[in-house]
Design a protein. Sequence first.
Length: 444
Amino acid sequence: MALTKTGTDGIKDNAVTSAKLATGAVTSAKIADLSITTNDIADAQITQAKIGNSAIVAAKIADDAVADNKLSDHASDDSFRAVGTNHIKTNAVTTAKIADEAVTLAKLPHGDGSSDGKFLRANNGADPSFETITGTTINNNADNRVITGSGTANTLSGESGLTYDGAKLDVTGKIESTDFISIAADNKKLKIGAGDDIQIYHNGNHSFIGNSTGDLTISNTSDDIFIDAVDDIFIRTNTNEDAIKCIGNGRLELYYDNSKKLETTSYGTKISGYQSSSGYVGFHVMGTRSNEGFGTNHGSGITTYDVDYYSPIPMFASKTIDHGSSYLSFPTYANGRYIKFTAPVAGLYQFELLAAVEAHDGGDWFAFGWEINTETSNSGSDLMNNGRGVCTNYKRAGGDEGAGCHFSTTIWMDTNDYAVLYQQSTAAVRFANNRCFVRGHLIH
């Protein structure tokens, strides 16, 4: 018999079961859109094998539909690549989750070239210095440590500092540098001491070391101390009075109470005021040799000695020493003792003779002088040392005449030089009356 088609109206409700459907008979084309709801799908019935590649797109996933417990903590493949910042839990990325060197400079804000805002980092080239920071503040919010300023990190220009909680950071211990510490600005001071007691600075023209407490001592425990300056060196007291001036390529000046007392010159030294010494260097001797003469070609009435033309003067029959016995000796010459003074220190000495001196014959002449480092007589020469020690040169006009009574000279002596009082004459000369005085001392 003939078969007729059966329409959907001819099929009883629930008459078509899964057992009545051939395998593969129901295709996606036979399923109306939205006809299968979640209620029609048994729990766990849609497995990964039933989902086509790329079948689930972002548009098919509701907002917040994928919970944390649906994500594996140990995914070994690249299944979950596209996790946006909105899907990362706050504080979920910790330092332990970041691999070493995973954050590169490209991921950090930085300038190009030498522009502002450059991030501080060490160069990897031959120069190990830090890159330039220009007007940049690097602030760590955790503890408020701030680096401010401009220039480069190892020769900062302008005011710079390390601060903590808004205040400059003090350093406990020592700061070491393999090269130098530079303050590259005028009138910026290096201050040392609890009260900024010593300050070192340059004002653009001159350099200063200032001390406001106690003494300023410059000492050295090994070799020498050198203080160099392009121009002059001035040392002043706490009342800003001059004490020492070292004038470049010139003189040295020493001051007392802001008044100059000594200066060096091209010819030596110049001294203002009186000179004194803690120990007296000199001598004073009173002697007696009344009416006894010395020299040659004596006349009547003058006792003479058999001496040469040029010789030490015999001076003492007896003597009294007031000063300088340790520097004096009295060798014997021509039946009398003469004076010999040995200098304990180098310097300029003044020597004096006070005596009544008389020449006997008309036209006779004589000279007195202090000779250095000689004790011999000579009948054919003048006084030695180019006459530098001469203290008198006298010629008698006629009859028995007396010369002056005070004879003085100055002469330089080195340490251990000795001086002897000499005479040179053409006739006999004598000390009249009863006394003579001879003295000498160090001037400076």
